[in-house]
Design a protein around this ligand. Structure first.
Ligand code: 5GP
Ligand code: ZN
Length: 112
């Protein structure tokens, strides 16, 4: 197992946990791009959103719902942004599906 997010989810690499359950793990991004910047990953290794299948529908929904739940816990009542980068053109740098939860400042549009 060489995937860094698999190792983080398994507790083999230290991280600042924000939320966890049997299927997912959420932790603070090491290089935050907003006052709140949290990564939410499935414990199952899925390389990217493109590699998710129909049988992952429940898990994908759970990831999204958890992002909203964490946003509530963090007091992001004014809003927030959830991002999934997929593949090189999407800006994905870690090949394990993850959601970014950004909050605590005004987001700009369109993203770069
Ligand atoms: P991507 O560019 O693939 O969408 O996002 C990868 C994110 O993972 C980046 O925001 C980067 O800062 C974060 N990241 C990379 N390595 C680590 C790490 O070892 N620990 C933590 N907490 N975040 C990481
Ligand atoms: Zn992985």
């Amino acid at each position: 197992m060489s995937c860094i997010f698999c190792k983080i989810a398994a507790g083999e690499i230290p991280s600042t946990a924000v939320h966890e359950d049997a299927r997912i793990y959420a932790f603070a991004d090491v290089n935050p791009r907003a006052p709140v910047h949290i990564l939410i990953v499935p414990r199952e290794h899925i390389g990217s959103l493109s590699e998710a299948g129909a049988h992952h529908g429940d898990l994908l929904g759970h990831l999204l719902w958890t992002a909203a739940e964490i946003a509530r816990e963090k007091g992001l009542g004014k809003g927030y942004r959830v991002v999934i980068n997929s593949g090189p053109d999407g800006g994905q740098t870690v090949d394990h599906l993850h959601l970014h939860l950004f909050g605590g400042r005004q987001m700009t549009w369109p993203p770069g």
